[in-house]
Design a protein around this ligand. Structure first.
Ligand SMILES: [Zn+2]
Length: 120
């Protein structure tokens, strides 16, 4: 009896692409390229945006591309990069900003007003 209940209807999820699961895309659904809304496969147009939907596998390919570009971004700051000051304050107050930016793969450095640089 127990055996019959376990794994009931879970077979389709298992055969899915692990990337699809990780990136939150159901390849059997359609997606709006504009707002990202998820639709049943038989619906071809987004009701909100009035644009043609893309298939789940197209959406997945797009997400993969984005992720690749994101992970490939350089975290180095070269001499030719333009630097902008986004926050002034004490080092311990600024550190969280650097960490937040780093999560978005935006390189940041902390520098003292004297021009010395406390990278890291
Ligand atoms: Zn839409």
């Amino acid at each position: 009896m127990l055996k019959k209940l376990f794994g009931w209807g879970k077979n389709s999820a298992q055969s899915q692409d692990p990337d699809a699961l990780r990136l939150g895309v159901d390849i059997e659904m359609n997606y709006c390229p504009s707002c990202g809304d998820e639709y049943r496969a038989d619906i071809e147009q987004c009701v909100a945006c009035n644009v043609a939907l893309i298939s789940g596998s197209e959406k997945l390919a797009q997400k993969r591309e984005k992720e690749k570009a994101f992970n490939g971004k350089s975290m180095d700051i070269s001499a030719s990069d333009q630097l902008v000051t986004i926050k002034n304050g004490k080092l311990r107050d600024l550190k969280p900003y650097q960490i937040l930016l780093g999560r978005q793969r935006i390189p940041a450095l902390l520098s003292s007003e004297a021009g010395g640089c406390a990278k890291g």
